[in-house]
Design a protein around this ligand. Structure first.
Ligand code: B12
Length: 368
């Protein structure tokens, strides 16, 4: 049945461009904020990548924490975890081949490409010996993807081994076909279609994966289950030149994902991180086409006073002890430490000159 489905879809192959595959909703924004909040504990690279793809304004301090974490733990990370750090740092315009915490001559830098390449070599060796990787095929896919995004050399033989896994229907965990795993592999093979060889083997693996993903689509648009649909959508968007338009209507899937988001199925930031980017037409392949405008950090300097924190300096500008915080034109009834900002509210620090006439606005800073 599955073979017949793949065959029919292959015959019906009519390339087309995807349309109407992006929609911003208040629920998407809520989940985006939930992801952003989760970074404060310890930034997860998957959540960070997702927020970067969504164009969410982040503070650069998270990049420093990610760099510290990856440099200190690189050897202990699994191939997939290291790959997610690589993607996060690429999305931050960092040179992953030479990651440094400071620019003094003493820091020799860490080559994450080299480390990841070694981890992938172990995965491939395990596949060749035991027909299963050290971790799982999802992480093997992430490793190929992250190496490709760094334009790091990948052994032709390793690509062939992974393609063979695909062609022999071994993209699974346990006995069942894994849509999530196929999706990550499809993103990796799409990426490798650009500059890697053997070209025909890479293309055939991508076609097979796309067809398998399409065969996992339910009538309403969910692909696999709720939690695989986001990554599957990413795979189909990235491989849209292989998607027959009669077979997949992206907007049905988008609608289902948005409905699940509204129903509260994505309160786990990592699960949300896989699903949100494709709702805005973005995939992991876009990590290297983002601009790096960081939010200014450490904006407010506070001094301790008996009622609580008193803001003495904003954005490097020292106050005159005459500052006021207003909500619209109404002075806040509490200090900033106690002020509970509501969702989506923007704080504007507006520097105005007090004068008997109209106040002149010198500078305006916006913060979310
Ligand atoms: C591989 C995999 C597994 C492997 C993990 C072990 C291995 N050999 O690698 C196995 C087969 C054991 C597994 C089991 C389960 N999995 Co699983 N798994 C995955 C998969 C495909 C990749 C995970 C991965 O490597 N990520 C990349 C690395 C870098 O990130 P990581 O955080 O280090 O990965 C670890 C965790 O993801 C953890 N893990 C795997 N599955 C689950 C599930 C839950 C609920 C938790 C908390 C952790 C967890 O194992 C990974 C390897 O150490 C994901 C797909 C996806 N979209 O994320 C599904 C996925 C995470 N699994 C899922 C589920 C539902 C399960 C099960 C609950 C299934 C079940 N009914 O028994 C069990 C949980 C078992 C348990 N002990 O708690 C769901 C989670 C949905 C959700 N809302 O949280 C996903 C998203 C698949 C899906 N689309 O439904 N899984």
């Amino acid at each position: 049945m599955a073979i017949l489905c793949v065959l029919l879809l292959t015959l019906a192959l009519f390339p087309y461009g995807l349309q109407g595959c992006e929609r911003w909703t208040p629920e998407v924004e809520k989940v985006e904020q939930l992801m952003a909040k989760s970074l404060d504990d310890d930034p997860d690279p998957s959540v960070f990548v997702s927020l970067r793809l969504l164009n969410y304004t982040l503070e650069q301090k998270f990049v420093t924490i990610l760099k510290k974490n990856v440099i200190n733990n690189a050897l202990d990370l699994t191939s997939g975890q290291l790959s997610l750090y690589v993607l996060a740092l690429i999305a931050s315009c960092e040179n992953t081949m030479n990651v440094k915490l400071d620019n003094s001559g003493t820091d020799r830098g860490t080559n994450l490409g080299e480390l990841l390449s070694k981890k992938l070599a172990q995965e491939i060796k395990s596949i060749e010996m035991y027909e299963y990787p050290v971790t799982n095929y999802y992480q093997v896919g992430l490793s190929f993807l992250a190496l490709c995004k760094q334009s790091y050399p990948i052994n032709k033989r390793d690509i062939k081994t992974f393609a063979q896994v695909v062609m022999r229907n071994r993209i699974s965990y346990g006995p069942a076909f894994s849509v999530d795993t196929a999706a990550i592999a499809a993103l990796a093979f799409r990426c490798m279609q650009q500059d890697y060889k053997p070209a025909d083997i890479i293309r055939n693996a991508a076609i097979k994966l796309v067809m398998q993903i399409l065969c996992a689509k339910g009538t309403r648009g969910i692909i696999g289950n709720t939690y695989s649909t986001g990554v599957a959508m990413q795979a189909l968007i990235a491989n849209q030149q292989l998607v027959p338009f009669q077979v997949w209507n992206c907007s049905n899937t988008l609608q289902e994902v948005l409905a699940e988001i509204s129903a509260g199925s994505f309160m786990n930031p990592v699960m949300a991180s896989q699903a949100l980017p494709p709702t805005q037409g973005k995939t992991y392949l876009d990590v290297n086409s983002l601009s790096c405008n960081w939010a200014v950090g450490h904006l407010f300097t506070k001094v301790k006073t008996s009622p609580g924190a008193f803001i003495s300096c904003i954005g490097g500008i020292v106050g005159s002890k005459k500052e006021q915080f207003l909500n619209a034109t109404v002075p806040l009834p509490v200090g900033v430490a106690e002020y509970d900002s509501s969702n989506g509210e923007t704080i504007i620090a507006r520097l105005t000159k007090y004068s008997s006439k109209k106040s002149a606005i010198n500078r305006e800073l916006n913060y979310h």
